[in-house]
Design a protein around this ligand. Structure first.
Ligand SMILES: C[S@@+](CC[C@H](N)C(=O)[O-])C[C@H]1O[C@@H](n2cnc3c(N)ncnc32)[C@H](O)[C@@H]1O
Length: 199
């Protein structure tokens, strides 16, 4: 499975993406510091142009893998970070990760969940690649209503269908997969779910 339609859209969007304001460094740090990523192997899924990489490297991870369906997005990460041995890029679809089981300590999914057309399958992939005690963070630095309003006004009809569901729905799906929920926030300003794969 490779979502060719969204790949084409995000390839087109990549040129303007890095000129749009990303999350402030302080907000990214607040998210990542809570995950305790020192010496950890991290999968930044749907990494885009690398909005989290600077804050991620400040956590001193062992490896930071930026995965995205769009090569054009990843090219922008490579243009900035290819000299850093900790940063790797991976052109892959979150629904079908070409990664071994139990190989990551953390999966971070920032501003990506609404774009995953088969959420249950993608969440299953995150569970599969995480090792025991591995953490999954699903985050938006804005509230769900705001995110959904942005998507509904997209000039791309396909992205208008990319709706962020209530956190309680995603929490139930994660629990079904065997995740333990550590935190769930779904309010006007923030959407955050942190889950752990038990031992
Ligand atoms: C809204 S952007 C967010 C980018 C970045 N995480 C950030 O915070 O700026 C969504 C990203 O998800 C990627 N994406 C969409 N569907 C994907 C999929 N099925 N697998 C991997 N990446 C995907 C897009 O190419 C895009 O770069």
């Amino acid at each position: 499975m490779f979502d060719k339609e969204r790949e084409a859209i995000f390839d087109t969007l990549a040129a303007e993406w890095s000129s749009l304001p990303g999350p402030p460094l302080a907000a990214a740090l607040e998210l990542l510091e809570g995950l305790q990523l020192e010496d950890k192997v991290v999968l930044d899924v749907g990494a885009g142009t690398g909005a989290l990489v600077e804050a991620g490297l400040l956590q001193r991870p062992r490896k930071w893998v930026c995965c995205d369906i769009s090569k054009a997005m990843l090219a922008q990460i490579e243009a900035v970070w290819s000299g850093d041995p900790l940063v790797k890029t991976l052109h892959a679809d979150a629904h079908n990760l070409p990664l071994e089981d139990n190989t990551f300590d953390a999966v971070i999914c920032n501003a990506v969940l609404p774009h995953l057309r088969d959420r249950s399958r993608a969440l299953g992939e995150f569970h599969r690649v995480l090792g025991a005690n591995g953490k999954l963070a699903i985050n938006h630095f804005q509230g769900r209503i705001r995110i959904n309003a942005i998507h509904k006004s997209s000039s791309y009809p396909l992205l208008r269908e990319d709706i962020l569901p209530p956190a309680e729905m995603v929490v139930a799906e994660l629990e079904e997969l065997g995740f333990e929920i550590l935190q769930s926030v779904d309010n006007e300003e923030r959407y955050l779910i942190i889950a752990r794969k038990p031992e």
